[in-house]
Design a protein around this ligand. Structure first.
Ligand SMILES: Nc1ncnc2c1ncn2[C@@H]1O[C@H](COP(=O)(O)OP(=O)(O)OP(=O)(O)O)[C@@H](O)[C@H]1O
Ligand SMILES: [Mg+2]
Length: 344
């Protein structure tokens, strides 16, 4: 088992294009850490630096307490699963899984045992003699995971491994990954741009934006106390609503310390539709989601807001209805002005 420490890591491509700036993180032995952020924020770069596939420009990487910057990928005791799982097309699942071990000259009996164990864990025993072209995307993804598992690494790295799968398979594989983590008890670092995946899988989430670590914390911490407006907008679905001091004034809400310039954040489920007393607006349209509904409201000043409510509470409200939007005063988030404003 191994802890992974990122100590002031930085990455410059070609000596000039900065992709990662001063990222420090201690990933505990056995932790499931998810790196999340928008496209191009540096997630894959950071993961590849840990894997040894990308040179580290600045700082130190330690695996199991030992400096690993110069260690070759094959000596890092790490297995990586990519989005494009790239199985060898002419090899059966069994041979795909065994290949890496054969190259490492692992004895045949040991290979057979590890492949059998991994196949059992992943529930792919009936697929062992099949070629990739004769399997579904989800089955192939399992074989790709099997290929990583048989190596018995100290650390697993995943780079968007589920993004090629359809929604229902993705949620099934999410559950299986969680189980896998529990069963193997190893350190996992998982990259995704999907905050739902991050929330459901992680012991701890790290949000990256433009190569800079914005916040690291449990899913609940990031949801309840986002460190800045960027994290607030990124974590949580549907997205947090952002209001101005003028809106706050209408609602009789003051920022902490009487600050005049700020952004007020309110999550969609912390809003209520009423007859009066809140922010006046008109319902643009409603997205029915079964037991809940997402009500898109246009305020009089043109601001778009999203209110999440139980369908049963809609009580006749439809597209075009005049409504008043009120906020739960116990659930307010205040940020300094600007798109990256810090939590006040
Ligand atoms: N080999 C490279 N040379 C120069 N710049 C690169 C190289 N690889 C990535 N970059 C740049 O580094 C930044 C981070 O890229 P990276 O692939 O790590 O992002 P990402 O968060 O994984 O994005 P995505 O979600 O789209 O996979 C981007 O601006 C990208 O253009
Ligand atoms: Mg990437």
């Amino acid at each position: 088992m191994a802890a992974v420490e990122l100590d002031h890591l930085g990455k410059l491509y070609g000596g000039e294009t900065r992709a990662i700036t001063d990222v420090s993180l201690s990933i505990a032995d056995g932790e499931f850490l998810v790196l999340v952020g928008p496209s191009g924020c540096g997630k894959s770069t950071l993961l590849r630096m840990v894997a040894g596939l990308e040179e580290i420009s600045e700082g130190e990487l330690r695996i199991g307490g030992v400096r690993a910057n110069e260690r070759a990928p094959k000596d890092r005791d790490i297995a990586m699963v990519f989005q494009s799982y790239a199985l060898y097309p002419h090899m059966t699942s069994r041979d795909n899984m065994a290949f890496g071990l054969k190259v490492r000259k692992t004895p045949k009996a040991e290979i057979d045992k590890r492949v059998a164990d991994a196949a059992k864990l992943l529930d792919i025993e009936p697929l062992l003699e099949r070629l990739p072209k004769d399997m579904s995307g989800g089955q192939r993804q399992r074989v790709a995971m099997g290929r990583a598992i048989v190596r018995q690494p100290e650390v697993f790295l995943f780079d968007e491994p589920l993004s090629n799968l359809d929604a229902s398979l993705r949620s099934q594989m999410r559950a299986e990954l969680k189980k896998l983590h529990r069963d193997l008890g190893v350190t996992m670092i998982y990259v995704t741009h999907d905050q739902v995946e991050a929330m459901t899988l992680a012991d701890r989430i790290c949000v990256l934006e433009l190569g800079v670590l914005q916040q690291a914390g449990s899913p609940a911490e990031l949801f309840d106390t986002p460190a800045n407006r960027f994290v607030a907008g990124f974590i949580g679905s549907p997205q947090m609503n952002f209001l101005t001091p003028t809106h706050a004034g209408t609602l009789g809400i003051e920022a902490p310390g009487g600050v005049a310039d700020f952004t007020l954040g309110v999550r969609p489920h912390d809003l209520r539709l009423g007859a009066a007393g809140g922010l006046a607006g008109t319902v643009d349209f409603i997205e029915p989601m079964g037991w809940e509904a997402h009500v898109h409201v246009r305020l009089e000043d043109g601001t778009a807001m999203l209110v999440r409510t139980e369908t049963a509470e809609l009580a006749g409200i439809t597209g075009g209805s005049s409504v008043s939007v009120d906020v739960d005063r116990a659930k307010l988030h205040f940020f300094a002005p600007g798109p990256d404003g810090a939590r006040l």
